[in-house]
Ligand binder design. Structure first.
Ligand code: PEP
Ligand code: MN
Length: 457
């Protein structure tokens, strides 16, 4: 690298790093492919396919995340727990995008901050599992690890990991991205007219007057912007939208890791903003090794068992030069534990002057099973973890810069509570997730309004 390059980009690639270097470490949560030659040939094919995102989009996002660290933006990251190949479908994609954009409008106007919008989609096809194998009626098969890897049906054919599925997942991710980009370029009519939003639920909330005032304020602001910009709501039409997924399946991520002309270093071009899941964040493990050499902004899920010392060492590994926008920590402690577990981490990072964007995932620490056999999350716990997190950050002198949510634009019944006060019985009506329970359309908008409310208190 020349001296002038270095002054433009003060951060360098670790000299001992290669995209395949993770292979020397223990890689948790990987499938065992029966045919190594088939896997190698898929990787070779993927290496030649066009990337899904570009380096300049990645660097633009990194800059926005640096601004969020400074309190000049707020991040909204959301989408399904796991995408499925079957759900790569226009209605589901556009409804999910719509709810995310509507939430971001509520946040922009309520927080008076620009919002960084990041989807959990276009590649969220690999899932960590608690066990490698599943046993049913005396038969033992590999666990379902997401559509990138195998299929959920309990048969040997469906459960055997098939590397060809990575090529299919890459194509589905590209179709999703293509459609999202087209929708955003075309503009969503519903977005410009809050009076078209599905807001019947608002009347069911004790906060209905407050919610109605919020929606009216968004409507006024949108009409005002349309008036001063001569009718075209340029800013909304061209809303930047970024993608993210858990970069779990390392053979896939490695094959999409590229060098690009006139840029130094390596980019993961399968997504703008990859994250490391809680189960694969071991400092000595393959995922941290792989992530440390990327130029993308990266995130790590942080659960209640992480100590301040471990977090600082992880920070050394992933952001040794304290680069702005590079590192985000997504804490997911659970409503019951957050007040005990989060403050020591915040204090350690602040004391050591480490730059990080703090994001709250109020979903994954709040999963429980109901007596009628559903995996659910209570809206009150989700809300509680977000609200408590705002307070803990304020008390620690740090800043909660974003939220990470599992949500869908559909009227599913997977999480209980919310304005309509869904009960365990309601879960039987429209439970569609094969993995974790998601906020539905109404609950998602309600959380956005509650964030605004908390922020302005
Ligand atoms: C997820 O985001 O779906 C997930 C598995 O989260 P975590 O790694 O935080 O458990
Ligand atoms: Mn999940």
């Amino acid at each position: 690298m020349s001296a002038s390059d270095r002054s433009l980009h003060p951060v360098s690639v670790p000299g001992d790093w290669t995209p395949a270097g993770w292979r020397g470490r223990l890689a948790a949560q990987q499938p065992t492919y029966p045919d190594a030659a088939a896997l190698a040939s898929v990787q070779e094919e993927l290496r030649h396919l066009p990337p899904l995102v570009t380096s300049w989009e990645i660097l633009a996002l990194k800059k926005q995340l640096a601004e969020a660290q400074e309190g000049k933006r707020f991040l909204l990251q959301g989408g399904d727990c796991a995408e499925s190949f079957a759900d790569c479908e226009s209605g589901l994609i556009s409804n999910r995008l719509k709810v995310l954009l509507q939430m971001s409008l509520v946040l922009v106007h309520g927080l008076r901050l620009p919002v960084v919008r990041v989807g959990r989609f276009a590649g969220q096809y690999a899932k960590p599992r608690s066990a490698d194998l599943e046993e049913k009626g005396g038969v033992t098969l590999p666990s379902y690890r997401g559509d990138f890897i195998n299929q959920p049906e309990f048969t040997p054919e469906a459960r055997t990991p098939d590397p060809r599925r990575m090529v299919k997942g890459h194509a589905r991710s590209a179709m999703t991205m293509n459609f999202v980009r087209a929708l955003i370029d075309g503009g969503f009519a519903d977005l410009h007219h809050p009076e078209y939003w599905d807001l019947d639920w608002v009347g069911h909330s004790p906060l209905s007057d407050e919610y109605r005032r919020m929606v009216a304020a968004v409507g006024d602001a949108v009409r005002f912007m349309e008036t001063i910009s001569g009718g075209a709501l340029h800013d909304l039409n061209r809303a930047d939208f970024y993608t993210s997924h858990e970069a779990l399946l390392l053979p896939y991520e490695e094959a999409l890791t590229r060098q690009v002309p006139r840029q130094w270093g390596w980019f993961n071009l399968s997504t703008h903003f990859p994250w490391i899941g809680m189960r694969t964040a071991d400092l000595e493990g393959a995922h941290v090794e792989y992530f440390r050499g990327l130029r993308n902004p990266v995130a790590v899920k942080v659960g209640p068992s992480v100590t301040p010392d471990q977090l600082l060492r992880l920070t050394d590994a992933l952001n040794p030069e304290n680069e702005p926008g590079r590192l985000s920590y997504i804490h997911r402690m659970g409503a019951a534990k957050v007040a005990e577990k989060l403050p020591p981490l915040l204090d350690a990072m602040r004391r050591e002057g480490r730059r990080v964007l703090w994001i709250c995932d109020p979903m994954h620490g709040n999963t429980e099973s109901t007596s009628n056999g559903f995996k659910t999350r209570r809206f009150a716990n989700i809300r509680g973890e977000v609200e408590t997190s705002f307070e803990l950050h304020a008390a620690a002198g740090t800043r909660l810069g974003g939220v990470h949510l599992e949500l869908t634009g559909e009227n599913v019944t997977e999480c209980t509570g919310g304005a309509r006060d869904l009960t365990d019985i309601d879960l039987e009506r429209a439970y569609r997730s094969t993995v974790d329970p998601r906020l539905n359309y109404e609950q998602s908008l309600e959380i956005a309004m509650l964030i605004v409310r908390k922020h302005s208190q």
